[in-house]
Structures are given as structure tokens and as C-alpha cells.
Design a protein around this ligand. Structure first.
Ligand code: ATP
Length: 202
């Protein structure tokens, strides 16, 4: 099985790229979905978060208020480290489980969409790394718009992460997402075609 690790920075366009890849027929593992399941209502991680932040971290249906949690952890690196240590082992285990399942089902080409691919040490488990890149000003504007954040809040979130310029240094392929969706789709379909040729050559 040939494995691509897809990553980028906050609001750089990973989900948009993985949605395009999925439309083209890619089998995907989405670490955001795995991460959401890891803190599902009633799970051990959910309990630990409620113990730490109190009932006000919950919405009416007892699920986590992710916006509020995001606000707290992006403002406080120690809390972010605490949350990562709490959730990452379960997320990692579940991603490995899904990879194994894909292998057993005869999958030849798998895309792992993992925001923290580089930081969490996934590079050694994938055959190539794709980084979705946008310029800092484009990233800031898209993040402010998507999450209705102030400039300061958006900058805080961007600056809490490894910079996109640094991530590009790990990339086998950089997908440039500064232009419109049509241009993005063209790059993704070219990359997907190249990948299919590679996977059949193995
Ligand atoms: P996160 O990791 O923060 O969830 P992401 O990297 O998955 O973000 P997306 O959600 O795909 O990023 O994109 C961020 C925002 O930018 C979204 O609102 C999306 O619709 C928009 N966007 C993505 N690509 C483009 C583009 N080429 N042109 C215009 N808007 C775009």
C-alpha cells in the first residue's frame, strides 16, 4: 500500500484538498474525524476535559464546546500540551488501526489527512508528504472569515503552530492554494494522476 501524508497549516486548505481527493476516488483517513471521536461524549478524554474545565465547557447536549476549548488551548501552550498528551495516544492508535484495515482490504493507495503530520512524527510512516501552502496574508484572511475570529485571535492560532514555510521544508509535493478553487482542483487532479501511476508501478 502506498501512503500519502497530507498536511498544512490551520485554514491552509487541507480539508478542501482531501474533499477533492475523495471525489477523485482516494481512500482517506481524516485525523480530524479521529480526533473528534477521541473526545466523544462519555469517552475517557471527554471526562478528563470536563474535570479540568468544568461543566461550562459543554454544550446543551453534553458534547464539548469545541470553539470554547479551542479559545482556551490556543491562548495557553501548557493547556495545549496537556490536551495533546491526553488525546494523541488514542488518535495515533486509531489511525494505525484504520491503516491496517485498509491494507487488509487490499487498498493500494491511501491518503492520511493529518494536520500535525510533521509535529507528531508521522513522516516515517508515509511514503510521501504533501503540504498545502498559502501565503501568511491569505491564511489569515481565510481563517478570520471561516471561524469569524478577530485578527488577533486568528494570528494567535497561526503563531501557535509550526510555520507553513517550515512545513514546506518536509514536503515531497507542495500544493499551492493561494489562487482560486479551479486552480487548486487542477493541481490536485495532476497530483492524483501521478500518484496512481506510482501506485500501479509498485
Ligand atoms: P483546518 O486545519 O483549520 O481545519 P484546512 O486546512 O482544512 O483547515 P479548509 O477548511 O479546507 O482548511 O480551508 C480554509 C477556508 O478557506 C475554508 O473556508 C475554505 O472554504 C477556504 N478555501 C480553501 N481553499 C480555497 C481557495 N482556493 N479559494 C478560496 N477559499 C478557499
Amino acid at each position: 500500500m502506498y501512503c500519502v501524508g497530507l498536511t498544512g497549516g490551520i485554514a491552509s486548505g487541507k480539508s478542501t484538498v482531501s474533499a477533492l481527493l475523495s471525489q477523485m476516488g482516494a481512500r482517506l483517513i481524516d485525523a480530524d474525524v479521529v480526533a473528534r471521536n477521541a473526545v466523544a461524549t462519555g469517552s475517557p478524554a471527554w471526562r478528563a476535559i470536563v474535570d479540568r474545565f468544568g461543566q461550562e465547557i459543554l454544550l446543551e447536549d453534553d458534547s464539548l464546546n469545541r470553539g470554547m476549548l479551542g479559545g482556551k488551548i490556543f491562548a495557553e501552550p501548557a493547556l495545549r500540551n496537556w490536551l495533546n498528551a491526553l488525546t494523541h495516544p488514542a488518535i495515533r492508535q486509531e489511525i494505525f488501526r484504520q491503516m491496517q484495515l485498509a491494507r487488509e482490504e487490499g487498498c493500494r493507495l491511501l491518503v492520511l489527512d493529518i494536520p500535525l503530520l510533521i509535529e507528531a512524527g508521522w513522516c516515517e510512516f508515509v511514503d510521501e508528504v504533501w503540504v498545502v501552502y498559502v501565503r501568511p496574508d491569505v491564511q489569515l484572511n481565510r481563517l478570520m472569515k471561516r471561524n469569524t475570529l478577530s485578527r488577533e485571535q486568528a494570528l494567535q492560532r497561526i503563531q501557535s503552530q509550526m510555520s507553513l514555510a517550515e512545513k514546506v521544508g518536509y514536503a515531497d509535493l507542495v500544493i499551492d492554494n493561494n489562487a482560486g478553487l479551479e486552480e487548486l482542483e487542477k493541481q490536485v487532479s495532476d497530483a492524483w494522476r501521478r500518484l496512481q501511476n506510482k501506485a500501479t508501478a509498485i
